[in-house]
Design a protein around this ligand. Structure first.
Ligand SMILES: *Cc1c(COP(=O)(O)O)cnc(C)c1O
Length: 396
């Protein structure tokens, strides 16, 4: 291999030290090749596994009708969008999908971003600035934190799902700022629990703070698939409903659904919408078909949560609110070893470690999909019990 020039030395020194440090803490990450197919089957580094780690909660990423819709759109409109949506990349499928999302979410309007990450880093700075206050749950997704940082607003975090603490922060700080916003995940990605949107909605009214939920893991999984605001009967209290097309929808992209003027403002102010190329037409077509399937198959939406509940019950874990079930282990190394042990038995499960989750809360994160067979879940339960995962001593 070619030797690096001497003037790269400080760069390579820095990187080597960093990698060594991550290795030592069992926090170094690596990419594994996963060739996914239907029924949550995957070939991961040449091993056949059943995935309990995907966010493809409804199995729609490999659904034949979704695939066909994507192929058809690709043949009609080409592989790429060609330019930003504001230039010439706004192909006709965008309008159809935005109308579909708005009606599915029971909102006035919706707008599609390149991904959920891009949505959050676009929406928040489009609405908030340095004279403003943002209060967020301490466990919000990292892309919300990125969006908050980009907005230059003053940010405070409340203890997870603690509305008393949220209220204290608003009482202390609200009056010092012009606008205010409260941001939460609808379903927490690494914990699977649901935000108390009704209580937060009341606070948002009391303190004139706009409530935003990130429904990345809630769309297609709770509230009849319509997400956390519907599930918690707080729909009218949440004007900013963000989410992704990359999880239960099975495709790729992000969205904001809400009042029409808010959606209009995004087209002029959200930088991650304006200064990036539109999504591939095939991706948008897939999302449209996926939402049609969700609307016509309520059973598909119910199944992931039911499977998660069965798994949790048999492992003596608390009853889950969503198809995400964390099994807490604590330290990084044993969590990795547990994931490896499950892989040897044919199951793909990810060890979630800091900085994704707080130090000391490393965990296995199990997710359930409508396309898992009952026997897949039964076999997983047996494997987990054999590894002493779960909570055998907890009272039923
Ligand atoms: C996955 C996720 C995102 C990012 O969505 P992408 O479409 O994958 O970029 C945003 N927020 C939460 C809570 C997520 O879990």
């Amino acid at each position: 291999m070619k030797q690096s020039p001497a003037h790269h030395k400080s760069l390579l020194n820095f990187v080597d030290n960093k990698l060594h440090d991550l290795e030592r803490k069992s926090r170094r990450r690596s990419l594994k090749t996963s060739a996914r197919s239907t029924g949550m089957r995957t070939k991961c580094d040449n091993q056949d596994l059943i995935s309990f780690t995907d966010n493809d909660y409804l199995g729609l990423s490999t659904h034949p009708e979704v695939i066909n819709a994507s192929i058809k759109a690709t043949k009609t409109y080409g592989v790429g969008a060609g330019a930003s949506r504001l230039v010439s990349g706004n192909h006709p499928l965008y309008d159809r999908l935005e109308k579909k999302i708005a009606s599915f979410k029971q909102c006035e309007a919706a707008i599609i971003f390149g991904s959920g990450y891009m949505a959050n880093i676009g929406i928040i700075p489009a609405l908030m600035a340095s004279s403003d206050l943002i209060i967020a749950d301490e466990l919000v997704h990292t892309c919300i934190r990125s969006g908050m940082a980009l907005s230059n607003a003053t940010c405070h975090f409340f203890k997870h799902n603690d509305t008393v603490h949220a209220k204290q922060l608003l009482e202390t700080y609200r009056s010092h700022f012009q606008k205010a916003m409260i941001i939460v995940d609808g379903v927490y990605s690494m914990d699977g629990d649901i935000a108390p949107l009704k209580e937060l909605g009341v606070l948002s009214q009391m303190f004139d703070a706009w409530l935003m939920n990130d429904d990345a893991h809630a769309l297609g999984t709770i509230g009849g698939g319509r997400g956390s605001a519907i599930a918690t009967k707080a729909h009218d209290l949440v004007p900013l409903q963000m989410g992704t097309l990359s999880k239960a929808i099975g495709a790729y992209g992000g969205y904001l659904a809400g009042p029409k003027p808010v959606i209009e403002l995004m087209k002029s102010r959200a930088r991650s919408l304006i200064y990036t190329t539109g999504l591939p037409p095939g991706t948008i077509a897939a999302a449209i078909k996926a939402i049609e399937i969700i609307e016509s198959e309520p059973r598909r939406v119910e199944r992931p949560l039911q499977l998660a509940q069965k798994f949790a019950k048999d492992l003596n874990l608390p009853a889950p609110d969503s198809p995400i079930v964390p099994v807490f282990i604590g330290k990084e190394r044993p969590t990795l070893l547990a994931a490896e042990a499950l892989a040897r038995q044919g199951f793909q499960v990810t060890a979630i470690r800091p900085p994704t989750v707080p130090v000391g809360t490393s965990r296995l994160r199990f997710t359930f999909s409508a396309t898992h067979l009952d026997s897949d879940v039964d076999n997983l339960i047996t494997a987990c019990l054999n590894l002493n995962l779960g909570n055998p001593s907890r009272e039923q």
